[in-house]
Each structure stands twice: as C-alpha cells, then as structure tokens.
Write a protein that binds this ligand. Sequence first.
Ligand SMILES: Nc1ncnc2c1ncn2[C@@H]1O[C@H](COP(=O)(O)OP(=O)(O)O)[C@@H](O)[C@H]1O
Ligand SMILES: [Mg+2]
Length: 255
Amino acid sequence: MQDEEIYNSMRILEARLTKTKEKMQKIKHKIAVYSGKGGVGKTTVAANTAAALANLGFSVGFFDADIDCPNAHKLFGIDELARFEDNKTLKPVEKNNVKFISMALVQEGNNAIIWRGPMLAKAVNDLMFYSEWGDLDFLIIDMPPGTSDIPLTVMKSFDLSGFLLVTTPQQMAINDMVRSANMVSHMNFPVIGIIDNMCGDVFGCSDEKIAKELDTKFIGHIKLSKMLREKSDKGQLCPEEFKGIAKAIKNYYNI
Ligand SMILES: Nc1ncnc2c1ncn2[C@@H]1O[C@H](COP(=O)(O)OP(=O)(O)O)[C@@H](O)[C@H]1O
Ligand SMILES: [Mg+2]
C-alpha cells in the first residue's frame, strides 16, 4: 500500500470513530462488564443486569463486544439476525425490553472467527459504528476476557462511563480480575464495583475486602445456581436475581 492510501484509510477510520462517539452521546451511561478471566460470568451478569435495569424502567441497550466468540444472544434467547437498513444502519433486535447487538446477529452459524488483533479492533468499531441505538439511559457492554486487543479498543473508542468487574471466588479468577481493575484504572475509568459470582458451598465466596483494596465498592455475591445455569442454557434471563446490581448502578449514578 502506498503512503497516501494508508493515510486516507486512517482518515476514514478516524472520521468513523468521531461519528460513532457523536452517536453515542445520546447514551447517558455506557457500562462495560469486565474481567481478565473467561468463564467467570461476565456475560451472565451483563445480560441479566441489562434486563434488570430495563425492569426498573430504564431504556437499555446491550452490545456484545466479544467479537470472535459471541454468545450473549444465547442468554437472551435470540436466534434471528439483525436488519441492515439502507445499507447504513444496523437495527438492534429487542428482547426483554433490551436493544441487543452482537457479531452473532450479523453472521450466521458457529464458524470460527480466526482474526488477528487489528481485524478484531476494526470489527468492534464497525459494529458500533453501524448500530442504531437512539436515546438510551444505559448501554451495557459485554467484554471479552484479557487485557489486550478488544478490551483496549473498547476503552479507547467508546467514551465509557464505568466498569462492573466480575470474579469468581477462586484465587486465579481474583488475580485476573485485579489485572483488569489495574488496566481500567490505568486508562482512567471509574469502577462502579465488584461482583462475586458462583459463590456458595462448592467454591466458597470472595472476601469483600478485595473491593476496599481496589478502592471500589463490593456490590454483591451471586450464588452458584443450578436454576441460573439451566435457565441460561434455555435462553431465559433471570433479572429478579440481578435486581441488586441494577439498584447499585442506579445509586452509583444518583438516578
Ligand atoms: N452463578 C452462576 N451459577 C451457575 N452457572 C453460572 C453462573 N454464572 C454463570 N454461569 C454459567 O457459567 C458459564 C460461563 O458464564 P459466562 O457468563 O459465559 O462467563 P464469561 O462471559 O465470563 O465467559 C455459562 O454457561 C453460564 O450459564
Ligand atoms: Mg462472555
């Protein structure tokens, strides 16, 4: 590629990002649900908390930022694709009063998406660029694990308002959650609080003092629950169990 071509494509990318940020100004609070570790329940917390916020009467959107392994649509029980209008805007699918967008809604099937970092970054930016949210009180962003490519792109591109950190009681999960907390603070974003998932007789529960050590709030424990696992597998949300998290968010923003 010639220098001029590279320069032009970078200008297009920058212009798109500016447009995305302008569009996202209509969203009051953009909250990412995050942990460095996979499998701790980020998607479960994000999806159910989004539905719990909608139950409190807020207008809510959900953006699945897990580009290569999207699965949040399964929790919502969504099996349709999102519609492109005028080749310009992607209309979210609405479920449980939540406007939902994911890579899974623009490409069919379970094919592996095998992309390097720059492709993933472009895909997450493009998906948000085309999404038509309108005015929202909350956009919940379901983050993939890790502290590199996509989390970094989401943090740099979308003017986030705050983070919910999720861990499970195992020390390894706590360590990775602390890593993500450090990244969030390095990028100068506030942490709304920490959620301890899968707590109970099997794994024990996380010590709430971890929140104090990270200078944030401990929001609550969610039990390891057969009912939650079974309902999730069937594509049914359990917003009642996540009402406490929705209220903590409401209190955090004084609304
Ligand atoms: N509290 C819980 N009790 C039982 N199963 C849970 C609980 N939280 C999450 N799960 C299950 O654990 C698996 C991983 O959760 P998920 O939300 O996909 O994690 P992550 O997004 O962090 O990778 C899912 O199958 C989910 O249904
Ligand atoms: Mg997930």
